[in-house]
Design a protein around this ligand. Structure first.
Ligand code: PHB
Length: 403
């Protein structure tokens, strides 16, 4: 029944603020367990679908998407990669995931994961509201939290939930609802960003190349046989308009150049943007009846390809815990969420930080810094233990905490 302030009131067990991959995967997993959700997002579906994001999925996450019935498109359209190349001193060094840890990863862009999840929600009759405004989350310290929002037609609505999940990304509104004197924010800024391009060109190599060079970092990734994704380290304030195609290619080629004569296959650049990043964690991940998941609670630099994987692991743990909370265990089940999620979060924080500092050149860095980095890279590729360390982390950790 509507009250004076809103046009409608809808009860639902779980309201999910944010309908990106984390929010939608949670909705999907809860839906499979018979728990209804309403997911809502201020962005339109089109906006989310057309924002370029990272492209690597752990094998476990890819399996979850297929086995829980989101989509098996990944098997047809994704590319399974059994390793990556670390390039430094102008030489290639392969990290063979299959040989080292018996795992692989999937190149499958986040935008495709989102499309698959949005389609699965539609197919399964789940409620997802895109393009809403003025989201308000109320009463999270009670057992009856509410979410209010304005629909695209200007009408105002209220959702009455038992739990609210904040899956509203790195600029999360929800995380700010944890009282200022009770939340701890851990973070680190980096003095560089990534210049990302999409180019119409054939693949330059069978696998991703993470390149260290005296000129800075570059990452050679892929999208399809004819579209490639590449990045190079740049100033966070870099202006994309100052970068015509020939300047971009010159920069990228210089960062992968070496005695082996390796060259990237060039083509027209049809998208360019500067991606700023940082390391960030907020604790606690739960306040009363509100739980945070994914980028809302933590973000990592993209160097280790952890962000999406970490978010999807959060919601896997959270879905299990919420199913138990709605069963005989009740609210106490929620206490298991943060410890399980956080162990992985901090491991990923370390890995992403480590990859970032090992591969990027700090502005104003000395020759000593550069040579020390080469020593570090040599330590990584030079022994099976070093390569295994990288392979284990890049391909992911088990969901359960381990000793
Ligand atoms: C991408 O393909 O966009 C991508 C791949 C690996 C990363 C980051 C981004 O570490």
């Amino acid at each position: 029944m509507a009250d004076a302030a809103v046009d409608s009131v809808t009860p639902v067990p779980v309201a999910i603020v944010g309908a990106g991959p984390a929010g939608l995967m949670l909705a999907h997993l809860l839906g499979r367990a018979g728990i209804e959700t309403i997911a809502l997002d201020t962005r339109t579906r089109h906006e989310i679908e057309t924002t370029q994001r990272a492209g690597i999925l752990e094998a476990d996450i890819a399996r979850d998407l297929v086995e829980t019935g989101v989509s098996d498109r990944i098997l047809a359209d994704g590319y399974e990669h059994e390793g990556i190349e670390l390039r430094f001193g102008g030489q290639a060094h392969r990290i063979d995931f299959q040989d080292l840890v018996g795992e692989s990863v999937w190149l499958y862009p986040q935008t495709d994961v989102f499309v698959d999840l949005a389609n699965a929600r539609q197919r399964d009759g789940g409620t997802v509201l895109f393009g809403i405004k003025d989201t308000e989350v109320l009463d999270i310290t009670t057992g009856n939290p509410r979410v209010r929002y304005t629909a695209p037609d200007g009408t105002r609505h209220e959702i009455r939930a038992r739990y609210v999940v904040g899956a509203d990304g790195s600029r999360s509104m929800c995380r700010g609802l944890v009282p200022e004197d009770r939340r701890v924010r851990y973070g680190k800024e980096y003095p560089f960003a990534w210049f990302g391009i999409l180019t119409e060109a054939p693949m330059s190599a069978p696998e991703l190349i993470y390149a260290h060079s005296a000129h800075g970092f570059a990452l050679i990734s892929q999208r399809t046989e004819t579209v490639q994704r590449m990045y190079f380290q740049c100033d966070p304030e870099e202006n994309v308009d100052a970068w015509p195609d020939d300047r971009i290619w010159e920069t990228l080629q210089a960062r992968v150049a070496g005695p082996d004569g390796f060259r990237l296959k060039e083509g027209p650049v049809f998208e360019k943007s500067v991606l700023k990043f940082r390391s960030f964690v907020q604790e606690p991940m739960r306040w009363g009846s509100m739980v945070l998941a994914g980028d809302a609670a933590h973000t990592v630099p993209p160097t280790g390809a952890r962000g999406l994987n970490l978010a999807l692991h959060d919601v896997k743990v959270l879905a299990e815990v919420l199913v138990r909370a709605f069963g005989s265990e009740g609210e106490n089940a929620l206490d298991d969420y943060q410890p399980q999620a956080l162990q992985r979060v901090w491991r990923a924080q370390n890995f992403s930080y480590w990859m970032t500092q090992m591969l990027h050149t700090a502005p104003g860095g000395s020759d000593y810094d550069l040579r020390r980095q080469l020593g570090e890279l040599d330590n990584v590729v030079g022994t099976r233990a070093g390569r295994t360390y990288l392979a284990e982390q890049y391909t992911g950790w088990p969901t359960r905490p381990t000793a």
